[in-house]
Design a protein around this ligand. Structure first.
Ligand code: PRP
Ligand code: URA
Length: 209
């Protein structure tokens, strides 16, 4: 079963509370989602491999560490995942970005895929899938399935809020994919929204409601 990491860092938790607040408007919401994504990316990349690297300082020689291993690919699930991209890129500027478009049908709550554009070498990369909300888990599971069909083997999933139902589905369908979240909320309501959640992430990011 995949691991679930809850990022309990005080800065993440403080900012998440402001993100949840219904009086936080789109600009602050966007800024905070970006900031939290950057902070969370520290934890998501904690196991990146390092190798020794000789370096000459102005005073003398020493052996430091540099990153080795897979390059990173960042894949936001459109649309709300877009809000997390810049935060992650600030930390990993060399990462390439792919986009997977999935929306949740409001009646069936089933994911509908409508777009995909990935880096050409995506299968060689450590891919971090971004979506602020893991609700039923359908959208994340579909996006990850799509990446696996493209031969991507190394995938992590990063969200702001996860419902127990979504975690269960993702662990069942993709037990190899670790989940990183800032909080695990109580449950879903009858419309598939996370309780207490933060509302509709896409609408709050882009001011569409
Ligand atoms: C939201 C959210 C996730 C999905 C989560 O997207 O950003 O992608 O719902 O729900 P699930 O876990 O039940 O699939 P939405 O479908 O509202 O599309 P949007 O990002 O375009 O607003
Ligand atoms: N999508 C959202 O944007 N919010 C939820 O609570 C659930 C799905």
């Amino acid at each position: 079963m995949s691991a679930v990491h809850v990022i309990s860092h005080p800065l993440v938790q403080h900012k998440l509370t402001i993100i949840r607040d219904k009086s936080t408007g789109p600009k602050d919401f966007r800024d905070l989602v970006e900031e939290v994504s950057l902070l969370m990316a520290y934890e998501v990349t904690r196991d990146m491999p390092l190798e020794d690297h000789e370096v000459e300082t102005p005073i003398g020689k020493t052996v430091g560490k540099v990153l080795t291993g897979r390059q990173v690919g960042v894949v936001p699930i459109l649309r709300a995942g877009l809000g997390m991209v810049n935060g992650v890129l600030k930390l990993i500027p060399a990462a390439k970005v792919g986009h997977v478009g999935v929306y949740r049908d409001p009646d069936t709550l089933k994911p509908v895929e409508y777009y995909c554009k990935l880096p050409v070498d995506v299968e060689e990369r450590q891919v971090i899938v971004l979506d602020p909300m893991l609700a039923t888990g359908g959208s994340a599971a579909a996006a990850i399935e799509y990446l696996k069909e493209k031969n991507v083997t190394s995938i992590k999933f990063m969200c702001l809020l996860a419902a127990p139902e979504g975690i269960e589905l993702l662990q069942r369908e993709h037990p190899d994919v670790p989940i990183f979240t800032a909080a695990i909320d109580e449950r879903l309501n009858e419309h598939g929204y996370i309780i207490p959640g933060l509302g509709d992430a896409g609408d709050r990011l882009f001011g569409t409601k």
